[in-house]
Ligand binder design. Structure first.
Ligand code: GCB
Length: 611
């Protein structure tokens, strides 16, 4: 009993630390179920490669000046009379759809990397005078400088995670203007860095919403099953406002007959601890979601939450205390319907339907956080999810700002998705070269993640190497392997590493006593191109790589699943071979126009036969 109490106290402590670490962020969670006004649709835009609307001719930012000149685009200036000189006009400028990337909407912006200014004008009447209003961006790639009615709200860095700013004091009932300077220039010290193998789509790539709240409201909560006690639902609720101390928040889970109240501390936070012996556990075969209702004063917020545990047990992965093999596939966030960056429910539905058809119970969302539709749908469809931070290849490991940026992006996705049962793994990085500064960087990220979320597993897509110089024996020689919960690595025997038959000559000597997930394997094929299985780019070559790899992987004793590379062909400027690649990475099991390649069926048969 004493032991149980101390574990509970420890977990409450961990959850409270969570808030301390994130107190500055103020991210509003569950915008899915709140009353919002969408700011999607047509926005005016100005392409500004010289950042002429940001800097004056002495290259000083206008926003640092007390009275910024009319030339500052964020002032949205208009000539006052016929003599006035103003050299831009948002309202006369072309329009672009939000959400979406600019590259696939505007032919002349296909390869553009730089600044584009977006402007949206709107009216908004609050339903109650004392209410507050926030503008919420699901994602802007890569840097967003946000201005509202001529004032700077703030800046956000990172192309795949949400952020919000309060606009209550600046909001008018009519003629508001929201201006965003979007800059997708790649930078060496950024996350990701200059070099990747995906397309650097720019723009306001996900939904934009206005959220109206009461003066004091439920900003955030974490409600998940206690990993150490599957009859306990634990976490916290966090209020936002000036009058949030010592307040009652009611939590109801009707299907469990739970109705309880918690009282907030001085910071507006309360720990949650609920018990039930009758929990219907969320799983891939039974993706049961409970309606959970939080109520504080007039503010009532609903969510659909699944309860499950995910753990490692020696070399196994256990979902709800039963061993599970992860039948996965890797996915990039590209629209299978339009091409370009994916952002809609329909995009997510198509991608996850294909994964289901392939026989998957698991997806790896590579190489950055995908939109919220993906994880919400995965929750409903019973698909387990690996989410990933865009720490890819050669990050500036020694740069403190780079680290802060990586940590912040990771915090934001954890914040957004911490109530999703489908999400079981946080991945720190992909194929990063080992070195002391890199090990420190990744270890700090892992520490940070564990402090934020003690309910999920940590991994990273590592690299394999020869065992003691012998290329026929492969191993994982990476000290970060000691830090992760699940040992994952990419391997391309048969494609970058010899021909398919080489798979038959390789044995694996993995010494870490941890479950192994192969985060990538694969080969390129142009759909409809046929030949013998030694001819590169044919469907037969790709098919053979799958056949041989699946056999080879049986030799890994700790193997608990994989996520081959990749579900659908995707755009990448690295891939220039005419008539074959034409700007696409062709390792998809499905082509960019939706046709299945032969290897799709090899993997499907394997998954269908596997328990
Ligand atoms: C990898 C990377 C992935 C690439 C893939 C490839 O190892 O993790 O981002 O797209 O290989 O196709 O080369």
């Amino acid at each position: 009993m004493v032991k149980k109490n101390s574990i509970t106290l420890f977990l409450i402590g961990v959850f409270l630390v969570f808030f301390q670490l994130n107190a500055q962020e103020n991210l509003i969670v569950n915008t899915y179920n709140r009353t919002v006004k969408s700011l999607n649709g047509q926005w005016n835009y100005i392409v500004d490669p010289y950042e002429n609307g940001f800097y004056n001719y002495r290259y000083e930012p206008f926003e640092n000046q007390e009275n910024p000149a009319n030339g500052a685009f964020f002032t949205n200036a208009k000539p006052k009379d016929k003599t006035d000189l103003i050299e831009y006009d948002f309202d006369l400028s072309d329009v672009i759809e939000v959400p979406s990337d600019w590259n696939t909407q505007k032919e002349n912006l296909y390869y553009y990397e730089g600044t584009v200014w977006y402007k949206k004008s709107f009216d908004f009447v609050k339903t109650n005078q004392t209410n507050r209003v926030f503008v919420y961006f699901e994602a802007v790639n890569y840097q967003a400088d946000v201005y509202f009615n001529g004032k700077k709200l703030g800046k956000h860095i990172g192309g795949f995670t949400p952020f919000n700013f309060e606009v209550t004091d600046l909001l008018k009932e009519s003629d508001n203007f929201l201006i965003v300077k979007v800059d997708n220039k790649r930078k060496k010290d950024a996350v990701p860095t200059l070099n990747t193998d995906w397309f650097n789509y720019g723009g306001i790539t996900r939904d934009v919403k206005l959220i109206e709240t009461s003066a004091n409201f439920i900003q955030d909560y974490f409600i998940q099953l206690n990993p150490k006690n599957n009859q306990q639902i634990s976490g916290f609720v966090q209020l936002n406002g000036t009058n949030i101390a010592n307040k009652e928040v009611f939590i109801t889970i009707p299907a469990l007959k739970i109705k309880t109240k918690v009282v907030t501390n001085a910071k507006g936070k309360a720990a949650i601890e609920l018990y039930s012996k009758k929990i219907n556990y969320w799983s891939t075969k039974n993706p049961y979601l409970y309606d959970v209702i939080l109520k504080f004063g007039d503010d009532e917020l609903k969510d659909q939450i699944g309860f499950r545990t995910i753990k490692t047990n020696g070399q196994e992965i256990h979902l709800n205390n039963s061993k599970i093999f992860l039948k996965g596939i890797s996915i990039h966030e590209e629209s299978p319907i339009r091409g370009g960056r994916g952002y809609s429910v329909e995009d997510a539905q198509q991608l996850l339907n294909w994964a289901k058809e392939l026989g998957c119970n698991y997806v790896r969302l590579a190489h950055y956080p995908h939109n919220e539709h993906m994880v919400r749908l995965a929750d409903k469809m019973g698909i387990l999810v690996w989410e990933e931070n865009p720490v890819y290849w050669t990050i500036a490991w020694d740069n403190k700002e780079t680290y802060k940026n990586a940590e912040n992006q990771l915090s934001e996705v954890i914040n957004r998705d911490k109530n999703r049962a489908s999400v079981i793994i946080w991945s720190m990085a992909n194929e990063t070269p080992t070195s002391e500064p890199r090990n420190i960087f990744l270890t700090n990220l892992a520490k940070h993640t564990r402090a934020l979320d003690p309910t999920r597993l940590i991994s990273a897509a590592l690299e394999q190497s020869n065992y003691q110089g012998d290329s026929s024996v492969r191993t994982i020689h990476d000290s970060f392997a000691d830090v992760v919960d699940v040992l994952s690595f990419n391997q391309y025997v048969g494609w970058y590493d010899g021909l398919p038959e080489k798979c038959g000559q390789i044995t694996w000597k993995i010494t870490q006593n941890k479950p192994v997930l192969i985060s990538e394997f694969g080969a390129g094929a142009k759909v409809g191109l046929h030949g013998d299985k030694l001819t590169r780019w044919t469907e037969e070559y790709q098919e053979d790589v799958y056949v041989q790899t699946l056999k080879m992987l049986e030799g890994i004793e700790q193997l608990q699943g994989f996520s081959p590379w990749i579900l659908v062909d995707f755009k990448s400027p690295r891939r220039v071979l005419p008539k074959i690649q034409d700007g696409y990475n062709r390792k998809g099991l499905i082509s960019d126009d939706g046709q299945k390649k032969k290897a799709f069926y090899v993997l499907k048969n394997f998954y269908d036969a596997k328990n």
